[in-house]
Design a protein around this ligand. Sequence first.
Ligand SMILES: [Zn+2]
Length: 467
Amino acid sequence: MRAACLLLLLTPLSAQQYDLVIRNGRVIDPETNLDAIRQLAISNGKIQAISTSPLDGRATIDATGLVVAPGFIDLHSHGQDAENYRYKAMDGVTTALEMEVGVADVDAWYDRRKGQALINYGASIGHIPVRMRVMRDPGNFLPTGDAAHRAATDDEIAECRRQIEQGLARGAVGVGLGMHYTPAASRREILEMFRAAAHSGAACFVHVRYAGDESVAALEEVIAASALTGAPVHIAHITSSGLRSTPRLLKLIAEARARKLDITTELYPYTAAMTGIESAVFDPGWQSVLGIDYKDLQWAATGERLTADSFVRYRRTGGGVILHMIPPSALDAAIASPFVMIASDGGLHNGKGHPRSSGTFARVLGRYVREAGALSLMDAIRKMSLLPAQRLEERVPAMRNKGRIREGADADLTLFDPATVSDASTYEDPARYSIGIRCVLVDGVPVVSGGKLREVAPGRAVRATVR
Ligand SMILES: [Zn+2]
């Protein structure tokens, strides 16, 4: 091994020697609630021993003063390329998954990343891209034509379902849906996709149909589909869908869970959202739906605030726009809720985008745990690791070995300084690495060491059984 986190000691070969030992870290495991100084031994990409007494390793990381946590699992990561994986790793993320929009060609998507990725990766089969393909939509990432605005024929609905089932057969981790981007998709069409998910034991990852005051009705649609079909549901970014109605959505989810429905949700810790200006989110009437106006829109490429004129111009060309619209009270209501996970919804393009892409996880640890005391360190780590692993493990049993620190678990680990960890990215400059993430291991291989990225590619596919 070329470099380690803080200190690398090479010791002579002895009987009980591991590949790597992490010494004197504050090990936090959300599954057992362990929070204590421990010695951690790793061999062959797995945690082999957790001990109070010294362990012997061919390489050593001194983690004195650092928290040793399970690597963070980001269920909502649109940025799925080398650029984005660097920012993810520097934010403590060891697994990044594209679950909400998803992909249309599961095999091609996994093939492109094999042996090339800094961190673990995975994707859902997405109703949005499938509908775009079936209805020949001209949009790039999100629909702009028929897939957004035309009701599907019975044949088209059947073809969408067939392609969703095909994606699941090829090992897609779940089914992605986003009715806010496909408003012409009927409730009957959406129910068909839930049936396909349920048939394969997959959960649906959903950006609900409406935002703001109408989001209660939008969430009811999804809860009904889950209750009818049995497909579990994960609601994307509850705060940017709920806005000031977020507490109402939390109440609905709590009520559904009390009725034994399997429903979870997530948030990113920011008061602005981001999406494509060309998408159906900006169809006429968006100001009253979202409770904002042109001045609350910020063009990601330049940082400028929009006007009626520039809005029309940019909507023709398309591109990312930041929406300053989420009340801080929505975040405060959601962040400590036990069924709310942390997920970024991020994606940078040549350094441009939303700061959530690079800062989500460190921001929760710095701003909401250390500074505001809004949740405990243990609970924050649980929302970033164990809960997302549990969300996926029924469909992908390998996830039972992630999100935990125990013997036999995958050595995906994040070591950070709890006194300094914080986000550095801003709306004007989102391409800044987080601070205080000292060492990140993927499959036992350091991808961040001494706070610096390494050029390695230990990332593996997170994928369900391929049939
Ligand atoms: Zn979304």
